[in-house]
Design a binder for this molecule. Structure first.
Ligand code: ACO
Length: 326
């Protein structure tokens, strides 16, 4: 049976590092509060001139090079982002132009922090159905540009970055074993950006009211996230007759170390089997899982035949998981 398999990974992080100590000078916060409540010590910030497609381009180039492929080998580009270059056209189309991807089609996914896994889910279906042969999936975010740098409850959390993978068909006993995507729109207001769309178009008033920034009810999200992520992991493992102890690695969305630890604890997965990089990058939304996956693959933390589990939770609300035999 045809399955899809990730054959290459890559990532790009902007050079500028913003530390908790610098944030102490910007808002009423402390390194101690941020580290204890979130696990984050620093994050990367894009330059004034860098947009989501620029970060995506860098991550894509590395991913293609590692796969020893040219852009003409790619027939679909899926970009997951909530910080696209502009409302339209899609960042996928802008990336397509930058890469010179003449033989590909491109589009965007908006599922906040779950966006990369939504993209992988669509790619997996299209590969298994035979409709596409080689798909580039990129999670890219420049959250620093929609962050309210006067709001201490959100500005300490986010960072910029991009991660990418290429998937292709395989008949081997490996690849994406199963995936789930879910959403619950009844809680959309827990995490959103009110301005800039057709509800609150950009105006002097919308800018004065600071509507073009992320609004988050962090504490409520935290509780839903922990509950949902445990159920999500248990469901996908049960349906594949696997126990948590059979996983070699858990690669969670990097929102908060306490959420990651609570999920791992509830499942009995030791933290040495969990990828954590939010201390260095903060929450990069749709980019967080492909960046973490790339780091894990490059540092030898994933070996052929390993079972790994990717899971994400974010605005929408949305959540998703992928069980992979590497
Ligand atoms: N520095 C100092 N104090 C702060 C800061 C700060 N940066 N931020 C908030 N506080 C204060 C609050 O004002 C509050 O003070 P009070 O008790 O006097 O009212 C106190 O700290 C506690 O605030 P809480 O919001 O209850 O803190 P909590 O422990 O919940 O941590 C956090 C907040 C880190 C945001 C956490 O709730 C969280 O991580 N939530 C989930 C985020 C998430 O998963 N998002 C989804 C994915 S993101 C995406 O989709 C883009």
């Amino acid at each position: 049976m045809i399955k899809s398999r990730i054959i290459s990974t890559g990532s790009y992080l902007p050079e500028r590092v913003l530390t908790n100590f610098e944030l102490e000078k910007m808002v009423d916060t402390s390194d101690e509060w941020i580290t204890e409540r979130t696990g984050i010590t620093e994050r990367r910030i894009a330059t004034e001139n860098q947009a989501a497609s620029d970060l995506a381009y860098e991550a894509s180039k590395v991913t293609l090079k590692r796969a020893a492929l040219g852009i003409e080998d790619i027939d679909l580009i899926i970009v997951a982002t909530v910080t696209g270059d502009m409302p339209f056209p899609s960042t996928g189309c802008i990336l397509q132009d930058k890469l010179g991807a003449k033989y590909a089609t491109a589009f965007d996914i908006n599922a906040a922090c779950s966006g990369f896994l939504y993209g992988l889910y669509i790619a997996d279906g299209l590969i298994r159905s035979g409709m596409h042969k080689r798909i580039l999936i990129v999670g890219t975010e420049v959250l620093s540009k929609i962050t309210d740098w006067k709001d201490r409850t959100t500005c300490v959390l986010f960072g910029d970055g991009a991660g990418a993978v290429i998937v292709e068909p395989t008949e081997e006993d490996r690849g994406i074993i199963s995936m789930y995507i879910n959403s619950d729109g009844s809680m959309w207001d827990l995490l959103h950006m009110p301005g800039g769309g057709s509800r609150n178009p950009a105006s002097r008033d919308s800018v004065d009211k600071r509507l073009h920034y992320v609004k988050m009810k962090g504490n409520e999200l935290f509780k839903v996230a922990v509950r949902t992520l445990e159920d999500l992991v248990v469901k996908i493992l049960n349906e594949n007759n696997l126990k948590p102890s059979q996983l070699s690695l858990l690669i969670p969305h990097q929102a908060n170390l306490r959420i990651i630890q609570a999920t791992a604890d509830r499942l009995g997965i030791p933290m040495n089997k969990v990828i954590v990089n939010l201390d260095r990058y903060g929450n990069t939304s749709a980019a967080s899982i492909p960046i973490a996956l790339d780091e894990a693959a490059r540092t030898g933390r994933i070996r052929d035949g390993d079972y790994i589990l990717l899971e994400a939770f974010g605005g929408g609300l949305t959540w998703a998981s992928a069980l992979i035999k590497w």
